[in-house]
Design a protein around this ligand. Structure first.
Ligand code: COA
Ligand code: ZN
Length: 310
């Protein structure tokens, strides 16, 4: 029996999560060209850059210029990462369609990444939500929700407690992030059900890193628990420079291809996306972890190897 086609929406984070972790600065022209190409692929959102301190994240020091030069495709939301009030002012000035606020559910990771205790982050972000009201929608990305590389386990209740506090402020969406690939599919299933039950009216997104090879299994566990929004990073680039052992996100093209062959509707033109993915190693100057760009679509057949008889 054919399943009803379920719509899954993707947010492409390669130019933020991906490029923040690159060893070499990706030139502004290349960032703009890549975002323009991704804009034609059918994404719901693109996380363009972050308005962080240039000392903390030097690879994204050209945030204003990138936001000013990209071609905005109608129907695509151009979102940006914001850590504090200063970042929100810059993001609003740059006409971001959404502010994606960030803080960690682990005290140690928040200190390492944002150089302040969680309560101080929350107080600043509460101010940002007030600034954005009536202007742009706000999403909150909570880091280390499935484990912290320094503290270990982060209890699900602790994640829900922070999510509750932001929901009370009236944010539009929450992104629950597995910052260093510590999640497993059973845990993801439980978290997804709890989130859906508690935050019915919010846009709920999950964000996975493939650090231990569980990324696509985690995505599928979330889909099966009813989550329909995901972050992905082209080529599987990505990682937080302030989380020890961090490595790439799930590769968008691998995840989108998997869901499409299973019958889900992602709205993405996979052939177009694959062409962009195949150009990524040239842009960053090295091989990338994504597998689909190397293997091709399952529908791309190969000629039979010739059999020589002796
Ligand atoms: N944009 C640009 N500059 C900023 C800024 C922002 N959003 N926030 C602070 N700054 C500047 C200040 O103006 C100050 O500049 P100065 O040294 O020239 O006076 C400097 O950064 C330090 O400011 P301070 O408020 O003391 O910040 P900090 O050094 O404690 O850093 C953050 C706090 C949040 C700005 C910084 O840790 C950061 O940007 N982290 C981002 C981490 C990240 O993106 N990680 C990956 C994604 S999960
Ligand atoms: Zn990430």
């Amino acid at each position: 029996m054919k399943q009803p086609t379920q719509r899954i929406r993707f947010n492409e984070v390669v130019t933020r999560d991906g490029f923040q972790m690159e060893p070499e600065f990706v030139p502004t022209d290349a960032k703009v060209a890549l975002i323009d190409a991704l804009g034609e692929c059918g994404y719901a959102k693109i996380e363009v850059t972050s308005f962080t301190s240039a000392k903390a994240i030097p690879m994204l020091r050209d945030a204003e210029e990138v936001m000013g030069r990209i071609r905005r495709v109608p129907g695509v939301e151009y979102t940006v990462l914001v850590p504090n009030v200063r970042g929100a002012e810059r993001a609003l000035e740059s006409r971001a369609d959404e502010l994606n606020l960030v803080m960690s559910t682990s005290e140690t990771h928040n200190q390492a990444n944002l150089r302040m205790p969680r309560e101080k982050s929350f107080a600043g972000l509460r101010e940002v939500v007030a600034m954005a009201q009536g202007r742009v929608p706000v999403n909150v990305s909570l880091s280390t929700c499935f484990g912290c590389p320094m503290e270990g386990e982060v209890p699900q209740d602790e994640v829900l407690r922070w999510a509750d506090r932001f929901a009370e402020l009236g944010v539009r969406g929450l992104t629950v992030c597995d910052t260093t690939g510590m999640a497993n599919p059973a845990q993801v299933g439980r978290m997804s059900e709890a989130l859906r039950e508690r935050f019915e009216g919010l846009q709920l997104t999950l964000h996975f890193h493939n650090t231990r090879g569980m990324g696509l299994a985690n995505l599928l566990a979330a889909v099966q628990a009813g989550i329909d929004r995901f972050d992905g990073s082209l080529g599987g680039l990505g990682g937080c420079p302030y989380a020890p052992g961090a490595s790439g996100n799930i590769a968008s093209e691998d995840a989108i291809h998997m869901l499409q062959v299973m019958g889900y509707d992602t709205g993405i033109d996979i052939n177009r996306l694959l062409a962009v993915a195949r150009d990524l190693p040239r842009i960053v100057g090295h091989d990338v972890p994504g597998q689909l760009a190397k293997a091709g679509l399952t529908t791309e057949l190969h000629p039979t190897p010739c059999i020589t008889t002796v």
